[in-house]
Ligand binder design. Structure first.
Ligand code: NAP
Length: 248
């Protein structure tokens, strides 16, 4: 995988940022996708370059197919694609289903589910041996919410991550004989800025004591698991979903 390109959607902040830096330190040339926070994406690129790694920042709102196509075209110019990390994701205001608008549900599914599937489609077109590709890895960001269901908070988010689990299993089988491994990580409560979207920026700390390990996790702890799955050390792992959740 040395010198292969890794695309990380939502690589500008949180888990994506940590993954971009960890992947670059293991020799990947990293395409850092971002939705709107260009300064954060450029900061990731600068951090990687300061350690003699290679990275570029590409604006890509995964709701837009045209943005996704442009992201993959930029990656093609950067080198041969070896990995996709479908990391971009959102939550929304904590609420019951009674208060969820159709617009919210469409946004949730467009970003968390359809964006990931479209990115995977583009990755398969490039990496599959069926298309004369050299193989590769697709890592999807699920959540323990897929198991817990997140009642009274965001059942829509939990359902979007349940879809990611099914997609991971099915796509893994579909491309297993074409040189592509597919796996998902289910993070638990991780200390990032995503919780501000739920209306509670301090959510990871408030609920940390409810985790069997009695604390929230860090973005680096998720990134470490992702780069292991991206590596040849995980060469027999596919259609697999790994909980990285302190036991949650
Ligand atoms: P975060 O800190 O809020 O960062 C989100 C990243 O996604 C940012 O880089 C953001 O880009 C990008 N993004 C947001 N909307 C996007 C869109 N429409 N198109 C492309 N990129 C978009 O989130 P995080 O906590 O690192 O979460 C990363 C992933 O892990 C998500 O899939 C999330 O569901 C999952 N996860 C997180 C936790 C947790 O507790 N943190 C737990 C389980 C699962 P900008 O910087 O441009 O805004």
């Amino acid at each position: 995988m040395t010198d292969r390109v890794a695309i990380i959607t939502g690589g500008s902040r949180g888990i994506g940022r940590a993954t971009a830096i960890a992947a670059a330190s293991r020799g990947f040339r990293v395409c850092v996708g971002y939705a709107s926070n260009e300064a954060a994406a450029i900061s990731v690129v600068s951090t990687i370059e300061a350690k003699n790694g290679k990275a570029i920042a590409i604006k890509c709102d995964v709701r837009k197919e045209t943005d996704i196509l442009a992201l993959f075209e930029a990656a093609d110019k950067f080198g041969t694609l070896g990995a996709l990390v479908n990391n971009a994701g959102i939550v929304d205001k904590a609420s019951r289903i009674d208060e969820m608008s159709a617009e919210r549900l469409q946004r949730m599914m467009a970003i968390n589910v359809i964006g990931s599937i479209l990115c995977a489609r583009e990755a398969v077109k490039r990496m599959s041996t069926r298309h004369n590709g050299k193989g590769g890895v697709i890592i999807n960001l699920s959540s323990v919410a897929a198991k817990l269901g997140s009642p009274n908070t965001y059942v829509d988010y939990a359902a979007s991550k349940g879809a990611i689990d099914s997609f991971t299993i099915g796509l893994g089988y579909e491309v297993a004989a074409e040189g592509i491994r597919v796996a998902a990580i289910r993070p638990g409560l991780i200390d990032t800025e995503i919780h501000a979207l739920s209306g509670e920026p301090d959510r990871a700390h408030r609920l940390g004591h409810t985790v069997p390990m009695k604390r929230a996790g860090t973005a680096d702890e998720i990134a470490n698991a992702i780069v292991w799955l991206m590596s040849d050390n995980a060469s027999y792992v596919t259609s697999a979903i790994l909980d990285v959740s302190g036991g949650r």
